[in-house]
Design a protein around this ligand. Sequence first.
Ligand code: MN
Length: 245
Amino acid sequence: MASLSSRRDFILRSGKAGLGLYVGSTVLSSCSSAKVLTGKTNTGFQQTPLPYSYNALNEAIDATTMEIHYTKHAAGYATNLQAAAKNENVDMTKPLEEVLRRISKYSTAMRNNGGGHYNHELFWKSMSPKNDQKPSGKLAAAIDESFGSIDTFKTQFSDAGKNRFGSGWAWLIVDGDKKLRIGSTANQDNPLMDVAEIKGFPLLGLDVWEHAYYLRYQNKRPDYIANWWKVVNWDFIQDRYQSLT
Ligand code: MN
């Protein structure tokens, strides 16, 4: 318990420290013939500080859910990922993305926890206390072109989350032809993985595991999704889109 409470204190103290994103070189290889896009930021193997307080997203997600989700679920994925990486001789100074793109070569523990860690690191940064942001610029134009309108996009993305049976994620991705696409993955898989149902660079991911919403929404996943749009950090998603190479 001592270590848990110190961890929590550390997280609370460091919550204002910023996003803690790694910025560095991105090298990747892929067995896919399609071009694989890369972003300017990479994900490390350690959990980074939550970029806001637990109650900051209360418009959509309550503080208790945020705290348990970050300090127990997501922290667990990070810890178990590090253990798997140690077991499988993975160099943890390199981007996690390199492992995810070749995840079929690794264990189930690496797949579940590597995906779990990556997905949550993206999820926290994809939300903001600045409510009701809207996409603008090149991303807004790409959404209009791909889906007709932002409202149609939101409906299709929401449906991907609602229709994911069991636990998983809904995604907005950029595929190898730089086209926006919507899809979903089961469990903690994500579109970077060579085993994923939908492949590409994840711009925006929505956690539809029950642990993400059950305290406030119980079985009403659609209500959680409808409210979640209020806290989407479109500035972050837009930067992510525009940084793709
Ligand atoms: Mn989760």
